[in-house]
Ligand binder design. Structure first.
Ligand SMILES: C[S@@+](CC[C@H](N)C(=O)[O-])C[C@H]1O[C@@H](n2cnc3c(N)ncnc32)[C@H](O)[C@@H]1O
Length: 175
């Protein structure tokens, strides 16, 4: 299923390595002890770089052996960071669920890679402003060319980060 999905699903947009390495540096990834990659299969750069750095993580994906749907999967024990590039098409539900996980203490912090347009719409503005005390937004100065996508797909993106200690003084930055 996964092999078919990654070739045909418009929501399967693979993150390039430089984006992963950059955010890992910015948030000091080594300071986290229990990380969750909820939209990531074996070929994800988040996971591959995580292996190189010997990070302690759990990677799950809707088409892995257990069919780990993000909305039904429990974060790993003591999860102090959720980080991923989620499907953009149902970002509202994903953002809402991620804030619920943070509000209920099931995850301590998160970083979601999203299109710039995530900053608009009333529904998202409401969620972001309700959490703005611990929010940091990192905006890409240059559009991202995602792996396996043609240049016409290049997207302006940003990281929506919540409660990340290394970003405490970076509430709104261009990267
Ligand atoms: C934007 S892609 C990111 C792929 C990879 N994580 C990366 O960054 O290179 C999002 C992935 O999430 C998967 N996905 C979609 N809905 C999901 C869900 N409810 N739970 C878990 N994974 C899901 C899609 O099949 C797709 O492969």
């Amino acid at each position: 299923m996964y092999e078919m999905d990654r070739l045909s699903d418009k929501d399967h947009v693979a993150t390039p390595r430089y984006v992963v390495e950059n955010i890992y540096d910015l948030i000091d990834i080594r300071s986290f002890k229990s990380i969750w990659f909820p939209f990531n299969h074996y070929d994800s750069e988040f996971k591959l770089k995580g292996d190189e750095l010997k990070l302690k993580y759990k990677a799950t994906h809707i088409f892995d052996d257990c069919g780990n749907d993000f909305f039904k999967t429990k974060p790993p024990e003591g999860c102090d960071l959720l980080i991923s590039n989620p499907p953009f098409s149902n970002q509202n539900e994903i953002i809402e669920h991620t804030f619920e996980l943070a509000d209920s203490g099931k995850i301590k912090s998160f970083a979601l890679l999203l299109p710039i347009a995530t900053l608009e719409t009333e529904a998202r503005a409401k969620m972001y402003s309700a959490h703005e005390d611990k929010l940091s937004i990192l905006i890409f100065g240059k559009r991202i060319k995602f792996k396996g996508c043609t240049n016409s797909f290049n997207r302006g993106c940003c990281w929506i980060c919540y409660n990340i200690p290394a970003l405490r003084n970076k509430r709104f930055n261009w990267i």
